[in-house]
Design a protein around this ligand. Structure first.
Ligand SMILES: C[S@@+](CC[C@H](N)C(=O)[O-])C[C@H]1O[C@@H](n2cnc3c(N)ncnc32)[C@H](O)[C@@H]1O
Length: 223
């Protein structure tokens, strides 16, 4: 399932197979000006408060996603945060694994299941093609700059098995740029009108369903 071997990171069944990818972005990105690194760090101000605030957030979505997949499906939870949806997927009889860059969230999410500490932008170097039945991206692509999203979506397509499912939720309103919040500064990339749907389709997905509002939720299948 994984492509390379690097330092083991203590992930149960996955630990001997997955690379520890912090050094990839250390080498390729400046910590001083990378929007993802700065935004992800902001969650460390109070990770417990974040977990509590979003504990009941949109729970019907992961439940619905789980129902589309055969029992025991492999689900990649991108930017899993404290692990709320990993728990839901496990309880539905699936085999989720999270990937998350914030170390406090990694520790919290590991109480719910397997989690790799890594950067979504390196996803294609972490997992082998056709490893997953589903990819779940609940508000996890939000801090990537727009030019990074297309390659990541294509990488996610490659990670899916034939007819594999994708869910992705991103902001639709507001400006793309920096937002100073009470716990820190974060970059948000917003997707007006049908631009995110178009990006997902361009990456090689069939769009099954789209919900428009302050957030755009795209349900898609690999073609
Ligand atoms: C808005 S939170 C959503 C968390 C969780 N999916 C949820 O629904 O509560 C965004 C999450 O994505 C993570 N994240 C953002 N960019 C990432 C990246 N490039 N690699 C790994 N994790 C990332 C953040 O650390 C944070 O946990």
């Amino acid at each position: 399932m994984t492509k390379r071997r690097h330092a083991a990171v203590g992930l149960g069944n996955w630990s001997s197979k997955v690379p520890f990818s912090w050094h990839y972005w250390h080498m390729s990105k400046s910590l001083d000006n990378d929007p993802v690194i700065i935004s992800v760090a902001a969650y460390s101000a109070n990770p417990i408060a974040y977990a509590e605030k979003y504990a009941a957030h949109l729970l019907d979505r992961p439940t619905r996603f789980a129902s589309f997949l055969s029992p025991g499906s492999q689900i990649l939870d991108l930017g899993c945060g404290p692990g709320r949806d990993i728990k839901i997927f496990s309880e539905a009889g699936h085999k989720p694994i999270g990937i998350e860059l914030n170390p406090a969230f990694v520790d919290m999410a590991r109480r719910q299941g397997d989690v790799i500490q890594g950067d979504i932008r390196n996803i294609s170097s972490i997992f082998s093609p056709t490893s997953f039945d589903g990819v779940w991206a609940q508000a996890s692509l939000v801090h990537l700059v727009k030019s990074e999203i297309g390659p990541v979506l294509q990488g996610l397509r490659d990670l899916l098995k034939p007819n594999g499912r994708l869910y992705a939720c991103v902001p639709a309103t507001g400006e793309t740029g920096w937002l100073d919040e009470s716990d820190g500064r974060r970059w948000y990339t917003t997707w007006p009108e049908d631009s995110f749907e178009t990006a997902v389709r361009t990456a090689g997905f069939h769009i099954n369903d789209v919900t428009h509002g302050p957030y755009i939720e795209v349900w898609a299948t690999k073609v």
